[in-house]
Design a protein around this ligand. Structure first.
Ligand SMILES: [Zn+2]
Length: 302
């Protein structure tokens, strides 16, 4: 089975918190049968004035080192995912790394970045984060960047983006948007989670949602396990999203994890729970990875 995970912060942790031991390792990915691990270049929490491009480049150089010296294999698109061999694909979290430049979109595309979360929790040149409560949509400079992203078939990731920006994308962006690491707001009332109308719009527009494993996004009491992750998957499936949902763990970006899904090695616990709930093997394969690969086919990656 091909398992894809669409968000983790291992590169940021390795560069900026070397005292911490990352859980996203080649060994854990192999144990968990992960085929495609998306690793993000995170802007850092400092916003536009704290040299986000430099932070992103440090993380990119760390990725190059993992590939050159530690046996990691880069995937240049989700279509390269195969069973039995973990590969890592690059993404970006916090469009401020681009510092408002469309040329930088091309630069990071060359490095292999295939997904850009337009904002993190800070306002940037592209738009406003959900955290801000802003009702303003995508900025003019943001549309220039989005246009170039669409030409290069880079996914527009709406995790962290505010609702006005989200609906702007649904209305005006030519490609289906995705949320690489977000959960269901009806099940856990957090600003980072998606409302039902947003989930519906994702499904209707051919988008994709990766369920985040962060307990604070999964349960109002901040406690979670594999069953709770499956509650969020169930919810989206019951809305008709069985072909539009998967995993966006956020490993190495979250200080607590579900009790029985602490590392990539334990991702199969989620699949076991889905199996217990009566999901067919076809549905399991879709949710585990094929939905994500097909989402990229809709973006133009074959
Ligand atoms: Zn995030």
């Amino acid at each position: 089975m091909i398992i894809c995970d669409t968000h983790c912060d291992v590169l940021y942790t390795r560069v900026f918190h070397p005292e911490e031991t990352p859980v996203v390792t080649l060994e854990n990915m192999k144990k968990g049968g992960i085929s495609l691990q998306t690793c993000t270049l995170f802007s850092g929490s400092g916003g536009i004035e704290k040299h986000p491009y430099e932070a992103g480049m440090k993380e990119y150089h760390e990725f190059e080192r993992l590939v050159a010296e530690y046996g990691w294999v880069q995937a240049w698109s989700p279509a390269e995912a195969v069973e039995g061999e973990p590969k890592a694909m690059l993404s970006m979290e916090g469009g401020e790394i681009l510092e408002g430049s469309t040329a930088r979109v091309d630069e990071f595309f060359e490095y292999g970045v295939r997904m850009i979360a337009l904002t993190w929790n800070r306002e940037n040149e592209i738009g406003h984060p959900a955290k801000s409560g802003s009702e303003e949509g995508i900025k003019p400079a943001g549309w220039d960047i989005l246009r170039r992203m669409a030409e290069l078939h880079i996914a527009a990731d709406t995790s962290h983006l505010n609702e006005a920006g989200f609906w702007d994308l649904i209305r005006r962006h030519p490609q289906p948007p995705m949320a690489s690491h977000s959960c269901v707001r009806t099940l856990c009332d957090h600003f980072r989670n998606l409302r039902d109308d947003q989930i519906r719009a994702m499904i209707e527009n051919g988008g994709w949602i990766g369920i985040n494993f962060y307990p604070c996004f999964l349960s109002n009491d901040g406690k979670a396990d594999a069953k709770r992750i499956c509650d969020h998957i169930d919810y989206i499936c019951q809305m008709g999203g069985e072909k539009h949902v998967g995993f966006g763990s956020d490993f190495d970006g979250i200080e607590v994890t579900p009790v029985d899904v602490k590392t990539p090695a334990e991702v199969p616990n989620i699949l076991a729970e889905l199996r217990r709930r009566g999901y067919s093997e076809t549905a399991l394969q879709d949710i585990a990875g094929l939905n994500f690969i097909r989402y990229y086919q809709r973006l133009g990656w074959n």
